[in-house]
Design a binder for this molecule. Structure first.
Ligand code: SF4
Length: 381
């Protein structure tokens, strides 16, 4: 990996452990930054008719996510990858990922799902939120026409996953809801080959597409960005209620679920808000879902903010445990004692980790070797 490739891996948060699939540099960097999408008049090779739409006069109403865009002819939705071409809505993010890596599953993060396995990870350009702190804004806040992409149709993704000896395919990095058609078709083929599917998402999706998606997704990590509608509006350009519905639906549909909450100083580090969030999770049957309290580092439009103090993360961890969450991890703090898994009954360590690596695993058929308590998760392929 040369220096340029390494820096790009860093931007995707993967430098420590990914296998890098070489891609040409992103055009946005050469052009010096983001611009509004150009009007779209023609289809291209990677266009696929969009699901979940209804007519709205001369425009089309997209029903895939709570943004509910009404898209006139020649224009794109807020996610920048659904386009109205001559009165029909198309996804232009089908078979053209701009990021392709093999990651440890722990990087998603998923700590109770097939530990120690590899996830073949893909993303196209586009996102339906606009977070001020976005880690991957170079690919999330642009259209697929602005990134350099690979030509990787669903069957080719699955074949590459098999060649890479990966247990799962992860739809990740940007927002997979916006490349739903591509992810869904890939996930169906993956299941036929015995490969699991992992959804790393902001959870900002309407209920009908979500329930259909649950047929092919085995595990999800959802970013619960805060527990406050006003913060969601100002920090993420979204709203909280649909994300809470997504958590409930995943649970009801039996998809293995882990939750990430990024603790940002001055934005999402209020301990009372974290307490209310954990209280809601426990009251909605999610006390066994691992909660990842992640450390913020300065990025994108919040690049002048200091990183989250470790002390505040530990206070948030104590609040979450006191509210009844059974498996709480502090993320993005290397070698922190909470990176291991502890049995919530006898408090003995059952999985020892160092970063993304598993050092020891004391589970026996998914149970704590010390007291026999069942540890929630998906432990075997
Ligand atoms: S998926 Fe994209 S086009 Fe559809 S409503 Fe959401 S942001 Fe708008």
């Amino acid at each position: 990996m040369n220096k340029r490739e390494f820096l790009r891996c860093c931007a995707l948060g993967t430098a420590a452990a990914c296998t890098y699939f070489p891609l040409p540099s992103l055009r946005w960097a050469e052009r010096g930054g983001y611009s509004e999408p150009e009007p779209v008049e023609e289809l291209w090779k990677w266009s696929k008719e969009a699901l979940f739409v209804e007519p709205a006069g001369d425009a089309i109403h997209c029903l895939k996510c709570p943004n509910g865009c009404v898209i006139p002819v020649g224009e794109t939705g807020r996610c920048r990858n659904r386009v109205n071409v001559r009165g029909k809505l198309y996804s232009n993010a089908y078979g053209n990922p701009c990021a392709v890596h093999i990651d440890p599953i722990e990087k998603k993060p998923l700590l109770h799902f097939l530990p120690g396995t590899r996830a073949f990870s893909i993303a196209t350009a586009g996102c339906n939120l606009a977070c001020l702190n976005c880690q991957n804004w170079e690919i999330s806040q642009v259209s697929p026409t602005e990134t350099e992409n690979q030509d990787l149709m669903p069957r080719a993704v699955v074949d590459a996953c098999l060649r890479g000896h990966c247990a799962s395919i992860a739809y990740t990095y940007s927002e997979p809801t916006t490349f739903y058609e591509y992810a869904f078709d890939t996930a169906e083929i993956a299941h036929q080959e015995g490969i699991r599917n992992v959804w790393k998402s902001n959870g900002y999706i309407e209920e009908v597409p979500l329930r259909k998606l649950c047929r092919v997704i085995d595990a999800a990590n959802i970013d619960l960005k805060s527990f406050d509608e006003d913060v969601y509006a100002r920090l993420n350009a979204g709203s909280l209620a649909p994300v809470l519905r997504t958590l409930r639906v995943f649970r009801e549909m039996g998809v293995w679920l882990e939750i990430t909450n990024l603790v940002i100083p001055g934005w999402t580090d209020d301990l009372d808000m974290i307490r209310r969030m954990c209280n809601w999770l426990c009251n909605n049957g999610l006390s066994d879902s691992p909660l990842h309290l992640s450390r913020f580092v300065p990025l994108y439009k919040l690049n002048r903010l200091a990183p989250t103090p470790v002390k505040r993360l530990e206070e948030a961890h104590a609040v979450a445990v006191a509210e009844g969450m059974h498996y709480v991890y502090v993320g993005n703090v290397p070698a922190h004692p909470t990176e291991h898994t502890y049995c919530h009954k006898c408090r003995k360590r059952v999985i020892e980790r160092r970063g993304y690596a598993i050092l020891s695993n004391d589970l026996e058929n998914g149970r704590c070797r010390h007291c026999g308590t069942s540890i929630p998760g998906v432990w075997h392929t």
